[in-house]
Design a protein around this ligand. Structure first.
Ligand code: UN1
Length: 499
C-alpha cells in the first residue's frame, strides 16, 4: 500500500505554485525510511526566472519601507516562531534526524536572530564625520543591494536560513531561497511564518529542488546581486568562480576540521562532556563539529578509556523519542561516506576503539544510523586528520606540548572553530591568539556559537565574511557616502584647504 503524502509547492510571485517541470520528489524521515514526509517540487531554471523577476519588483517596494518598520515584521516572525517552536522542532527532527532538544535549539537560534534583526532596524548605523572644508557635511549610510540568492544546508534547517534571510530582509533586500533538497518541509514552515509576520510576498521567494539545477540557476542569474551559501568547500569554489566572474557579492560558509585540545591540567569531567557533545551532537553533521581530539600525552590513555566507555553508552535512535542521544545521519550516502572514512582510517593504521559500523539493531535497520566512532592513533597529515568527515567520527591525536597542539590544529586547510580545555589562563590566551580559527572556545566544546556574535571561519572555511551578530549587516548592505556643501561656493577638496 502506498502512503498518501502531502504535496508542497514553491512560493513564487506571491503564490504557492507548481514547479514548471510538474515534477516532485519524495522526502523521507531519515530515522525511518519507510515514512514519507511529503512531495516537494523539483524546480528548474524556469521557476528561478519567475522568482527573480518577481523579487526585483518586491525589492523596489521593500527598499522604501523604513528599516524600523521592516524590523517590526521580523519581530513578529520571532514571536510566531516562539509560539510554534515545538511544532517546528518536531518537523525538523522528523525531517533531518537530530534529537528534539537540538531542533528546539535550532528554532531558538532563529528566534534570537529575528529579535536581533528587528532591533537592528533601529540602528543600521552610518557615520557622520567632519569634512575638511567649512560649511560642509560628510556622512555615510547603509543602502540595500537588490536580490540575494540564499542557498542553505540540511543540518540547521531553520537557524541557518534565518542567519541569512533575516539580515538580508532587514537591510531592505529581496530574497530567493533555495533550501537543501532534504529539508524542504522545514523551509516551507519557515517561509510560511515570515509571510504571516508581514514580509511582503514578492520580497521572499522559495524555490525547491536540486543545487545543480536551482542553486546553479540562482547563482548564474544576472539579476541576482549577491549570494550567501553554506555547504561544502567544493561547491563553494564553483559558486565563487561564477560570482567572481559576474562581480557578485558572495558570502561562503564551508567546511571545518575542528579540534578540541585537552591539556593535562584540564577538568577532565568537563572535557569528556564537551567532546561527547561536540563530536556526536547533530550526529557529527555540523560545520563546527569536533572532528579531532588533541590529547596531551600525560592524560591520553586515561582520557581515551573513559571516552570510549561514554561514547559507547550513547543511545542511537529516533530523535523524537525521549532517551535518544544521537539521531540518524541525513541519508544513505552520508552513511556510506562515513563507512569509507572508517576503512581509510584502518588503512592509515588508526585504531577503531569505539563504533565504526552501522548498529547491529533490528529496530534501527530502517534508518540511516551509524555508531558514534572513536579512532585513536590518528597521525597528523593523514586523511582522517585532514578531511572533513561530516559524521559521528572522532579522530584522536596525541601531542606533547601546547606549541605542538597549536601546530597540529592549524595544519589543515580549514579554520572554523577550536577549543581548549585548561586551567592555565596563560595557555588559554596563547591558544586564543594563535589558533587559526574564526572561533575559539575555552573550556567549552567546538560547537555552541551564539546568534549575536559573528560566526565564520578562516582559510578555506570561508571567504572572509561573517554571519550572525553585527557584521552580517555589512554584507547585506552597501555603504553610500553623501557630502552636503552649504557654503554657497565651489570648494575643492584637497585644494581649497587652509594648510
Ligand atoms: C554549524 O556548525 O553547522 O555553533 C552551525 C553552533 C550553532 C551553529 C552551528 N549555533 O553550534
Amino acid at each position: 500500500m502506498k502512503a498518501e503524502a502531502a504535496r508542497f509547492l514553491n512560493y513564487i510571485d506571491g503564490r504557492w505554485s507548481e514547479p514548471a517541470s510538474g515534477d516532485f520528489h519524495e522526502n523521507r524521515n531519515p530515522a525511518r525510511n519507510s515514512e514519507l514526509i511529503g512531495q516537494f517540487p523539483l524546480s528548474t531554471a524556469e521557476d528561478v526566472e519567475r522568482a527573480v523577476a518577481s523579487a526585483i519588483e518586491g525589492f523596489e517596494e521593500w527598499r522604501r519601507v523604513p528599516a524600523p518598520e521592516r524590523g517590526e515584521a521580523l519581530r513578529r516572525a520571532g514571536d510566531l516562531m516562539a509560539i510554534r517552536k515545538e511544532e517546528l522542532a518536531r518537523a525538523m527532527t522528523r525531517e533531518m534526524g537530530k534529537v528534539l532538544e537540538e531542533t528546539r535549539g535550532d528554532v531558538q537560534e532563529a528566534i534570537d536572530t529575528a529579535y536581533y534583526a528587528s532591533s537592528e532596524g533601529r540602528r543600521l548605523f552610518g557615520r557622520t564625520v567632519p569634512s575638511e572644508l567649512r560649511d560642509k557635511w560628510a556622512m555615510s549610510y547603509r543602502r540595500p543591494i537588490g536580490v540575494f540568492g540564499i542557498i542553505t544546508p540540511f543540518n540547521f534547517p531553520v537557524a541557518i536560513p534565518s542567519w541569512k534571510i533575516l539580515p538580508a530582509l532587514l537591510c531592505g533586500n529581496a530574497v530567493v531561497f533555495k533550501p537543501a533538497a532534504v529539508v524542504p518541509h522545514s523551509a516551507h514552515l519557515f517561509v510560511e511564518i515570515l509571510l504571516e509576520a508581514g514580509v511582503p510576498p514578492r520580497c521572499l521567494q522559495l524555490v525547491h529542488g536540486a543545487g545543480s539545477r536551482v542553486g546553479r540557476a540562482i547563482v548564474e542569474h544576472p539579476d541576482v546581486a549577491g549570494v550567501s551559501f553554506t555547504g561544502s568547500t567544493e561547491i563553494g569554489s564553483v559558486i565563487g568562480e561564477t560570482c567572481g566572474r559576474m562581480h557578485k557579492r558572495l558570502s561562503l560558509e564551508m567546511g571545518g576540521k575542528n579540534a578540541q585540545i585537552v591539556m593535562p591540567d584540564a577538568d577532565m569531567d568537563l572535557a569528556i562532556e564537551g567532546v561527547l557533545w561536540g563530536a556526536f551532537g547533530t550526529t557529527g553533521q555540523r560545520c563546527t563539529a569536533t572532528s579531532r581530539l588533541l590529547l596531551h600525552q600525560a592524560i591520553h590513555d586515561d582520557f581515551v578509556e573513559r571516552l570510549v566507555r561514554e561514547a559507547g553508552a550513547l543511545r542511537l535512535g529516533d530523535g523524537l523519542k525521549g532517551g535518544t542521544d544521537v539521531g540518524p545521519m541525513i541519508h544513505a550516502d552520508a552513511v556510506q561516506t562515513v563507512e569509507q572514512y572508517v576503512d581509510i582510517a584502518r588503512e592509515e593504521e588508526a585504531e577503531v576503539v569505539c563504533g565504526g559500523a552501522r548498529p547491529d539493531d533490528e529496530a534501527l535497520a530502517d534508518g540511516h544510523f551509524f555508531e558514534p566512532t572513536v579512532l585513536t592513533g590518528v597521525r597528523p597529515g593523514t586523511r582522517l586528520e585532514q578531511e572533513e568527515v561530516f559524521g559521528p567520527v572522532l579522530s584522536v591525536v596525541r601531542f606533547s606540548d601546547l606549541d605542538e597542539a597549536i601546530e597540529i590544529n592549524n595544519d589543515v586547510r580549514y579554520g572554523l572553530s577550536s577549543s581548549i580545555y585548561t586551567a592555565d589562563v596563560s595557555a588559554a590566551f596563547r591558544a586564543i591568539e594563535r589558533l587559526d580559527t574564526g572561533i575559539t572556545y575555552v573550556n567549552a566544546p567546538t560547537i555552541g556559537a551564539e546568534a549575536h556574535l559573528p560566526f565564520g571561519g578562516m582559510k578555506q572555511t570561508g571567504n572572509g565574511h561573517r554571519e550572525g551578530g553585527w557584521e552580517v549587516y555589512d554584507f547585506y548592505s552597501e555603504t553610500k557616502v553623501a557630502y552636503v556643501d552649504y557654503s554657497g561656493r565651489l570648494q575643492r577638496a584637497q585644494i581649497d584647504v587652509d594648510w
